[in-house]
Write a protein that binds this ligand. Structure first.
Ligand SMILES: Nc1ncnc2c1ncn2[C@@H]1O[C@H](COP(=O)(O)OP(=O)(O)OP(=O)(O)O)[C@@H](O)[C@H]1O
Length: 308
């Protein structure tokens, strides 16, 4: 199937600094694709190039095979929030829908539906400046989906939302993907990304570090870790086979295990001298994979560089 968005070898330099060093990825219809990376990694620059807010020095961006940006088919929630202040909520929503050539009657019906869904019933007549930050964000989210976009870019959609509103956004984003919308989502909330996204693309210093389905990323990068509660000395655990890294706090020791370790056999060979009050084996989370990469602790860098 032809992807909705195809980004090929995107390069961008600001002054002397190359911020994007050849970024390539695709977003398919009906999938939620995460674009991740530490602050300053180049996510927003990538998104701005896709949206035509700035132009790449090199590389290709195509939408359903074409270079022209199909603006009416795209919804965009930018990182910078802000709507005109002295305008009524419904007026701004209808104005933005009109810019996308979306039928006004349908836009009004959809606006009322979504305002109600997001707990903003009756706010259609309020002016934007009367809204709280979270309410404003909901209105801006509604504006980005009102015209039924085929491709939706969400830059940090969850920031500043309370947990109930986060759940509403999550549910709606999933609904949109289930109905065929291609979604590119940038977020620093790894638990939400892990829960929601089908695939992810992780950039560090303007380069691809990870690109794949959530399942494959977990299999490939999320090594096991063993958490032992009990008083144990660092020197008694450090030298254990297949232990790559040890972290200790209070009375817990976390042993990060090598890839491809046979967990059952590894447990069998733990020394009897260890004090074990509790023991658990888990795969490391996306949050931990991210921290490893962002702090350059990880073993992935070499692999990424080899694959670059
Ligand atoms: N218009 C600009 N002029 C000069 N440098 C820029 C410009 N826009 C971004 N940069 C630089 O490009 C790099 C990437 O910035 P970008 O905003 O894309 O990062 P990001 O991954 O979105 O970060 P964050 O998670 O903090 O939002 C940063 O070093 C930033 O200072």
């Amino acid at each position: 199937m032809e992807p909705f968005l195809k980004v090929e070898d995107l390069k961008k330099t600001f002054k002397q600094t190359q911020v994007l060093k050849g970024i390539s990825f695709e977003v398919q219809k009906g999938e939620i694709m995460a674009i991740l990376g530490p602050n300053g990694a180049g996510k927003s620059t990538t998104i701005r190039n896709i949206m035509g807010i700035m132009y790449p020095d090199e590389g290709n961006i195509t939408f359903q095979g074409k270079k022209e940006i199909p603006r009416n088919k795209i919804g965009y929630l930018p990182e910078e929030r802000g709507l005109y202040k002295n305008v009524k909520v419904m007026d701004i929503l209808l104005y933005l829908a009109e810019l996308k050539d979306y039928p006004i009657k349908q836009a009004k019906e959809r606006a009322l539906y979504y305002l109600k869904k997001f707990g903003l019933e009756g706010k259609d007549k309020a002016s934007v400046e009367e809204l709280s930050k979270g309410m404003g964000q909901k209105v801006q989210f509604i504006a980005s989906i009102l015209h039924e976009p085929e491709f939706l870019i969400l830059d940090e959609p969850f920031s500043g939302l309370d947990p109930v509103s986060q759940d509403l956004f999550k549910q709606e984003i999933r609904n949109l993907a289930a109905n065929g919308t291609a979604i590119l989502l940038s977020s620093h909330q790894m638990n939400l990304v892990e829960e929601m996204c089908d695939r992810l693309f992780l950039i560090h210093r303007g380069q691809k570090v990870i690109y794949g389905t959530m399942d494959n990323v977990k299999k490939e990068y999320a090594n096991f870790k063993c958490t032992i509660k009990g008083k144990n000395r660092l020197e008694d655990v450090e030298g254990l086979p297949d232990v790559q890294r040890v972290e200790q706090s209070n009375e817990a020791t976390i042993l990060y295990l090598a890839k491809d370790v046979n967990v059952a056999s590894w447990i069998k060979h733990l020394p009897e001298s260890l004090e074990i009050n509790e023991l658990s084996i888990d795969r490391i989370s996306l949050h931990e994979i991210f921290i490893d990469i962002a702090t350059d602790k990880n073993m992935l860098r070499e692999e990424a560089e080899a694959n670059a």
